[in-house]
Design a protein around this ligand. Structure first.
Ligand code: NAD
Length: 352
């Protein structure tokens, strides 16, 4: 076994159907008593139910979380939180809402408690992001790590099928890149393989019946594992490309990950035999990249960057940005490689 180093991240996880009911007890145990619930505008009514569940501890809902955490949104949230005198924040939603909570924690030092309702996995990472003038800055800081995470699969039964599926492949992307990360470790590889296997089983079942609680539990468990992999390792080409695509063309986060993932897998796995072995075992197929692509197609998600709204003229810009900033990757990437890969993802051509 190769030598490795592994940092365990300090947080409590409560997992299970109706785990949300444990939120008041969790806040009490943390010693906080004045809490604001963050949501996106779409989940405001749900946030109000949670605020009610908190009784006198709930100070209200701040329903303005938005994708990629605009700095102006973070400023406004911090001002609201200071005005009401909150001592803690509950993030109820997906990566956008957790992202807003992290921005608040970064500035105020307040503890955040995450109640994730998608499979993005941000709640398991010390990574924050803030966007201003079209540029997204990201960083790592232990202060933004949620103190506690409550995973309740009943909360995701209403997550639209399309968002569920793309979010699920977003989680799988974390696991894939964690498997060949320079700072991978045996424990992380176990989590990654387990996450991929559970997510791949769960997604078709969710498409067949979005209210299937067993499938929702499997997917949320997988999201936790894949998010923990993301939090513990350094991501490679896939996350680099998706960061560029999202930031430059404002493409939807999880859909972009879903489209790009099989192309990067096909490119990278030939240079990452241990990761490939783990994925072959986890997927039960000789070609994990092809399996991912075919499963995505059978589950009905968008198949190309062109369909997501990327202009063809943007291919050069993606290549330029990807060549400009270094990132870790198991396989060296030339300009010609990038052109082939990005063009294939743009047109949605078969995995070769
Ligand atoms: P999201 O949080 O924007 O949610 C997607 C949509 O689903 C939103 O419209 C939301 O309102 C809706 N939604 C969420 N839960 C729902 C539910 N239970 N029922 C119905 N609708 C629901 O999307 P996401 O993919 O979860 O997160 C994407 C963002 O997270 C991006 O900004 C990305 O950069 C960030 N992210 C950060 C990290 C990190 O480690 N920092 C990791 C992953 C993602």
């Amino acid at each position: 076994m190769q030598p490795f180093s592994y940092d365990a991240l300090p947080m409590r996880v409560r997992f299970g159907e109706k785990a949300l009911e444990q939120l008041p007890g969790e806040l009490e145990e943390l010693g906080v008593s004045r809490t604001v619930v963050l949501t996106t505008p779409r989940e405001q009514a749900f946030g109000e139910q949670v605020d009610e569940l908190l009784g006198p501890v709930g100070l209200g809902v701040y329903p303005h979380a938005a994708m990629h955490v605009p700095v102006s949104t973070a400023d406004a949230a911090c001002a609201y939180i200071a005005e009401v005198g909150a001592d803690s924040v509950v993030c109820l939603g997906g990566g956008s809402t957790v992202g807003l909570g992290k921005a608040v924690a970064l500035r105020t030092g307040l503890p955040i408690i995450a109640v994730p309702t998608t499979y993005a996995g941000s709640e398991m990472t010390p990574v924050w992001g803030l966007t201003e003038d079209g540029i997204k800055r990201t960083g790592r800081d232990r202060r933004v790590l949620p103190t506690s995470v409550i995973y309740d699969p009943t909360l995701s039964t209403g997550l639209p099928v399309e968002v569920s599926v793309t979010s699920g492949f977003n989680a799988i992307a974390h696991a894939v890149e964690g498997l060949y990360a320079p700072d991978a470790s045996p424990i992380i590889s176990l989590m990654a393989a387990e996450g991929v296997a559970h997510m791949l089983t769960a997604l078709p079942a969710i498409v067949a019946d979005p209210a299937d609680l067993q499938a929702r539990s499997d997917a949320l468990y997988a999201a936790w594992l894949c998010g923990a992999v993301l939090g513990a390792t350094t991501m490679g080409l896939h996350h680099k490309l998706c960061h560029i695509l999202g930031g430059t063309f404002d493409l939807p986060h999880a859909d972009t990950h879903s489209v790009v993932l099989p192309y990067v897998m096909a490119f990278n796995l030939s240079a990452a035999p241990a990761a490939d072995d783990a994925l072959v075992r986890a997927t039960g197929t000789d070609s994990p990249a092809t399996l991912v692509r075919e499963l995505e197609q059978s589950l009905g998600i968008v198949g190309s960057l062109a369909e997501l709204g990327m202009p063809e003229s943007g291919i050069d810009e993606v290549i330029r940005q990807a060549l400009a900033a270094p990132y870790s990757n198991p396989r060296q990437v030339t300009e010609a490689d990038l052109r082939t890969l990005v063009t294939a993802a743009f047109t949605g051509s078969p995995i070769g």
